[in-house]
Design a protein around this ligand. Structure first.
Ligand code: GLC
Length: 466
């Protein structure tokens, strides 16, 4: 991090702003409040993350018990006294942090991000800032502590998600997403928000983020979630995002921060874009430039455990989420919502196992890979990834050819080709002249595939490029 004196005064100023009502919102003003880096510094800080390509999200909280979406409190407008039953009975007795960590590692994931607090406001660590915490439930243990230790033991990078939104905190003002929202009129909001004070809430944010980033050793990623500027919404001024970001960077130099603090327009205001449950078809831009990105995806739609959801993606669809992300230069963070007893359920386990099986053979086409250079035209039925260091190009065969061949328009660049799962040669051959004449527009050189597809969910051909 450059320029420490500017940084120190930025922190001081930012905390000053935290106690007043912040009015700074112009990007050029905000940029002065947060540390700035050169492009090279940012790239090397983020290198482990861009090389990893694959992580696990874990959404766990009281909402695992109603088991019908992590937004259940606001979707069903459940009042505090009724939501209390989950707190009073929270006891995920089968929780084993080592199991969670092992499952992530075996699936081929390199980092994990856990909801230390989600929008419901319940805290999974022994915070001093509120009583609404896991150590006051029958479970009684600091889950964040066990989680960070287990990840480190497996060599995984440690991420925490922290909800900016808080539907339990008495100072958090009622807005368009709040369970107590009324008829949307200004008068109703004024009545509901009487006595609520966002300045006090901002202080609570600073206190909690300080705890998370000082009491658990090295934290590699923090996910702040989320902003919804506009009428009856919340923006960077409500959270005092510059103060929180400066704090995170000060307490954990090297930490990687998402982009949901409403700072996309501020230089240095975020580290990656986070397209959610959405298929990216081209590398996303920020201010006209390609920017690091990570798509966050669920197995079935909800983030928290949802017992009755019947919209589970197939294992193959899940694999495609990963390949499609890397093919456009991004990461995938795949979510698991543990059950109320603290375990991954059978449906999640089955998909994680499929990831693990595929990654065992094909991780070389994922780790350290990115979008292929434009000079390589994508063959029919394939998606490509590229490792710029080893100069290997990977054809992920989504649609296995019935003709026994995949046409290549850049065969002159290929030195050798093989299936990645078993290292068996795929001959690259030209067509005999008499066949070339039958379809003049078609490819003339092919990867000659075995007629019977290999027993791999998505076969990969590794091309050694000259
Ligand atoms: C959203 C949702 C949420 C989930 C998150 C993950 O913004 O509010 O429930 O935690 O995205 O990306």
């Amino acid at each position: 991090m450059k320029n420490t004196s500017v940084f120190a005064s930025a922190v001081a100023f930012a905390s000053l702003v935290a106690s007043a009502s912040p009015t700074l919102s112009r990007p050029e003003d905000v940029a002065k409040l947060i540390p700035q880096e050169t492009a090279g510094e940012t790239a090397s800080r983020m290198a482990w993350w861009t090389d990893s390509r694959f992580g696990m999200f874990i959404h766990f909280g009281l909402y695992a018990m109603p088991a019908r979406h992590e937004w259940v409190k606001t979707y069903e407008r459940i009042p505090e006294d009724r939501y209390r039953v989950y707190f009073d009975n929270f006891n995920p007795d089968l929780f084993d942090a080592r199991e969670w960590a092992r499952s992530a590692k075996e699936a081929g994931m390199k980092y994990v991000v856990l909801t230390a607090k989600h929008h419901e406001g319940f805290c999974l660590w022994d915070t001093a800032a509120t009583d609404y915490k896991i150590t006051n439930t029958p479970f009684g243990r600091d889950l964040v502590k066990e989680y960070v230790e287990a990840l480190r033991a497996e060599g995984l990078k440690v991420g925490l998600y922290y909800s900016l939104i808080d539907w339990h905190h008495p100072d958090f003002t009622v807005d368009q997403h709040h369970p107590l929202r009324g008829d949307e009129s200004d008068e109703t909001y004024a009545r509901l928000n009487k006595g609520r004070d966002m300045a006090r809430y901002r202080k609570f944010l600073v206190d909690q983020v300080t705890e998370l980033l000082t009491q658990y050793g090295k934290i590699d990623i923090i996910w702040f979630d989320f902003s919804y500027p506009g009428k009856h919404g919340k923006s960077r001024d409500d959270w005092d995002s510059p103060a929180l970001l400066a704090l995170a960077r000060k307490l954990q130099p090297g930490i990687i921060v998402d982009n949901r603090m409403d700072m996309n327009d501020v230089p240095g205001g975020c580290d990656f874009l986070s397209p959610e449950q959405f298929k990216v078809t081209a590398w996303p831009l920020l201010n006209g430039k390609r920017f690091p990105w990570e798509t966050c995806q669920t197995f079935s739609g909800s983030w928290g455990y949802h017992r009755d959801e019947s919209t589970w993606k197939s294992p193959k669809q899940c694999l495609q989420l990963l390949i499609d992300a890397v093919a456009h230069g991004g990461n995938l963070i795949m979510n698991v919502g543990p059950t109320g007893r603290g375990e991954f359920d059978a449906r999640a386990k089955a998909r994680l196992e499929e990831f693990g099986k595929w990654m065992h053979w094909n991780s070389r086409a994922i780790y350290g890979c990115t979008e292929a250079p434009a000079e390589f035209e994508t063959p029919d039925g394939c998606v490509m990834t590229w490792n710029p260091k080893t100069r290997r190009l990977y054809l992920h065969v989504y649609s296995y050819p019935s003709s026994g061949a995949i046409g290549l328009r850049f065969a002159d660049r290929v030195e050798y080709a093989q299936f990645l799962h078993d290292g068996s040669e795929i001959p690259v051959k030209g067509l005999p002249d008499w066949q070339k004449a039958t379809d003049p527009g078609a490819c003339t050189t092919f990867c000659m595939m075995p007629v019977t597809p290999p027993d791999v969910a998505i076969p990969v051909i590794e091309l050694f490029i000259k």
